[in-house]
Design a protein around this ligand. Structure first.
Ligand code: COA
Length: 391
């Protein structure tokens, strides 16, 4: 029996800010964002979309295709939770019509949360092979206006169905893990914007990548030559090129020339360039991008995956693409979603950024914006009410 990702669906808001627009507003050179950070656009959720609606919208194609049967866990990874007590998974349980026998819980460890949920899901399936676990990873990346992190903001969600003998990706044994207690990026409960020591965070990302890779290599003997492609956590996509350089150094080989590096890395970065950081969803958005865009069939190929969560957790693992995987992708949906988005002006971006909701229990009705079927409809007596809009 193998265990891994059976279905993978991605969702992002219907609005974006072009980083040319942001560069103009900030008096920055657009090349810093496009070339230096490797980002072109950042996804902006309108007021009636939050991590719950993004995740439910991501999961809908999977539920529509396979139904809720045998889904006995729903694990929701996020660092932008909407409630300190109730798991975001429970709102999705209701919206998606998951079975009453399905357990729901929320998981957090910065951008590593999606991988933590995936690992737990795999362990659940190993113990109970008929189980199917719906892993949702959904986040809204927010930094202070005009801060260094601002051009790396983003929003999006992935839904992964984890199962035995999966159709898409098999998780290979012996992931390499490295954990340290540090403060490189964090968001105290009283803040709505994250705080980052971005340069330190980048250094720790690369240092812990080397440690996790070393642990993975010691157990498997894998080298860069093992991998057809790499998919990395991407707070900004240019970091994947820095990661490759670090892996080459660990292998004791020269850095791959630009065209080889591009071939190895670029397919997994295309969606992230257009959405910005999606935190817990980021690596899995990258995997969706890779499966949707690989220039040659990936059947039987091994992918090197690196997950990093500030604070910090690092994990390097190998996943093998299942022959026939291409018949089980949602590529047209993903492409349509990204092609159909609406650009915002700088003023619209800032208005949405500053949009405040009552914190005193007053009634609030959310105007309908463009987006997926699920939306946040009202807030009343401190309770969120979601709805599915008519097609
Ligand atoms: N043309 C091309 N490249 C340019 C440029 C220009 N005009 N101006 C700058 N650059 C390059 C820089 O050389 C640098 O590349 P390098 O790192 O390969 O040298 C890159 O663009 C970024 O420039 P830098 O001056 O380092 O940017 P910054 O100080 O404003 O901050 C981050 C960059 C990434 C640190 C910042 O965006 C940040 O903190 N982001 C949040 C990231 C994070 O912590 N996420 C959570 C962890 S996952």
């Amino acid at each position: 029996m193998t265990i891994g990702i059976h279905r993978l669906s991605f969702h992002t808001p219907a609005y974006y800010l072009d980083l040319d627009t942001l560069a103009q507003a900030r008096g920055a050179d657009p090349a810093k964002f496009h070339v230096g950070l490797g980002q072109d656009r950042m996804a902006i959720p309108p007021p009636d979309q939050d991590i719950v609606t993004l995740a439910a919208n991501a999961a809908l194609p999977i539920l529509d295709e396979l139904g809720p049967d045998h889904i006995d866990w729903c694990l929701f990874a996020t660092e932008s939770g909407v409630d300190q007590s109730k798991a975001a998974a429970l709102f999705c349980h209701g919206l998606l019509g998951l079975p009453a026998s399905c357990r729901c819980a929320e998981i957090k460890e910065a951008c590593y949360g999606g991988t933590a949920a995936l690992r737990l899901a795999a362990a659940i399936v190993a113990a109970s092979p008929a189980s199917r676990v719906l892993v949702l990873a959904s986040d809204i990346a927010r930094y202070d206006l005009a801060s260094p992190g601002e051009p790396t903001q983003g929003a999006g969600a992935v839904a992964m169905l984890v199962a035995a003998d999966p159709d898409l990706l098999v998780l290979e044994p012996s992931p390499g893990v490295h954990c340290e207690d540090i403060m490189d990026f964090w968001r105290p409960n009283y803040r709505t914007e994250a705080l980052a020591e971005g340069h330190y965070s980048t250094r720790m990302y690369l240092t812990t990548l080397a440690e996790a890779y070393k642990a993975h290599q010691a157990a498997t003997g894998h080298t860069l030559a093992t991998f057809a492609h790499l998919a990395c956590h991407m707070p900004f996509t240019r970091i994947a090129w820095k990661a490759l350089a670090r892996l080459a150094r660990a292998d004791g080989i020269p850095e791959p020339p630009p065209d080889a590096a591009e071939a190895l890395l670029a397919p997994a970065t295309l969606y992230n360039r257009l959405t910005g950081n999606t935190y817990a969803a980021c690596l899995y958005e990258g995997l969706a991008s890779l499966l949707d865009h690989a220039p040659a069939p990936l059947d039987g190929k091994t992918i090197g995956c690196f997950s990093y969560g500030s604070g910090c957790m690092a994990e390097f693992y190998a996943a093998t693409v299942v022959p026939g995987y291409a018949a089980h992708l949602y590529t047209p949906l993903h492409r349509h979603l990204l092609a159909d988005r609406v650009p915002l002006t700088y003023r619209q971006y800032e208005d949405i950024f500053q949009y405040g909701i009552p914190t005193d229990g007053a009634d609030h009705i959310f105007a309908p914006y463009r987006g997926g079927p699920f939306r946040l409809a009202t807030l009343s007596a401190h309770k969120r009410r979601y709805e599915r809009r008519d097609p």
